[in-house]
Design a protein around this ligand. Structure first.
Ligand code: GUN
Length: 318
């Protein structure tokens, strides 16, 4: 039996319909949500990501601004850019595209973003809120994985979940979200002993360690739900042969193109898992979707709340 495909693009489309309605309502109430993207230097991959994020804003009716400091920018100058955006009331979300150049203190920059505008969910205040189960802005990729599970009615409560990878951006917040949703979570990493055996107990597997096809089909419990966060570009023929041994069409495509995109889970998992996110087209589309959702949420919480009106009138009276 082959796994049910958990289609990220389909869920993105559903969420976009919901967000469009919310943006229309907010805008008609005088609050047009706005995202400011800070793109430092000229990294082609970062340029492509930011372009897609701005395009998504346009599609949903959000205001957007793109700031492009040069690759030579220093920490203090970039802090001044962030401070300006923190003060700008039209800006609800601030996105600092990573990685930043090595001379910039990335942690200091991320900590300078106003937590109420931290639509990437990277600020320690938002991470702390997540740890203690308080409402806040949650990192986009793990939030997107939860949407995939929920909107496909994957049983979560009481399930055994295994998260592979412990990054601040994906693994750790993912484990916290799953724990708050009442799964029993195990976080695995490069030093985990007998990894295949640990993974075999999982009803839900989230693979986010950035190694092409690392999770073997034989490790997966039949029927498990597999969320594959990895996006790895394979360029060596030996690697492609190992990954696509049962997928002649994918191998042919690789040979024609010279490269292929694969997740952290071996493609053979398709014949063992109960449900599976494809790469590409699974988790990928959800990251931008949740960035849009966080921006709308930030606008709603920051500007459409009664506290906002009170602050405004006090400020206006001065
Ligand atoms: N670089 C790679 N992924 C991300 C992301 O999710 N957010 C930001 N800001 N930069 C990234």
């Amino acid at each position: 039996m082959t796994a049910r495909i958990l289609d990220g693009a389909k869920i993105r489309d559903q969420i976009f319909v919901e967000l469009k309605d919310e943006v229309r309502l907010l805008t008609s109430a005088g609050v047009r949500p706005g995202l400011a993207a800070v793109l430092v230097g000229d990294n082609p991959a970062s340029q492509l990501y930011v372009k897609s994020k701005i395009a998504a804003c346009e599609q949903l009716g959000l205001a957007s601004a793109l700031l492009t400091p040069p690759a030579t920018v220093n920490t203090l100058d970039l802090l001044a850019v962030i401070e300006d955006l923190n003060r700008d009331n039209e800006v609800d979300g601030i996105l600092v595209q990573l990685p930043l150049p090595t001379q910039v203190d990335t942690k200091r920059i991320l900590e300078a973003v106003d937590p109420s505008k931290d639509v990437d969910g990277f600020h320690p205040v938002n991470l702390g809120r997540l740890v203690s189960g308080r409402p806040g802005l949650v990192a986009c990729t793990p939030a997107g994985c939860m949407e995939i599970l929920r909107r496909n009615d994957i049983p979560i409560e009481g399930a055994n979940a295994v998260v592979l990878g412990r990054s601040d951006i994906v693994g750790k917040p993912m484990a916290l979200l799953l724990m708050h949703a009442n799964t029993t979570v195990t976080i695995c990493h490069s030093k985990t002993r007998d990894l295949p055996e640990v993974v075999r107990h999982a009803d839900i597997i989230v693979a986010a360690m950035g190694k092409a096809g690392f999770v073997e089909a034989s490790w997966i419990k039949p029927g498990a739900a597999v969320i594959d966060v990895g996006t790895n570009r394979v360029t060596d023929a030996k690697g492609a042969e190992r990954l696509f041994r049962n997928f002649p069409e994918r191998l042919e495509k690789f040979r024609a193109k010279g490269n292929a995109l694969v997740g952290d889970v071996h493609p053979d998992a398709l014949n063992v898992a109960g449900a599976l996110t494809p790469v590409p087209g699974g988790v990928g589309p959800m990251t931008i979707t949740m960035l849009m959702s966080n921006t709308v949420k930030a606008a709603r919480l920051r500007r459409a709340s009664p506290r906002f009106s009170a602050t405004q009138s006090i400020a206006g009276a001065r």
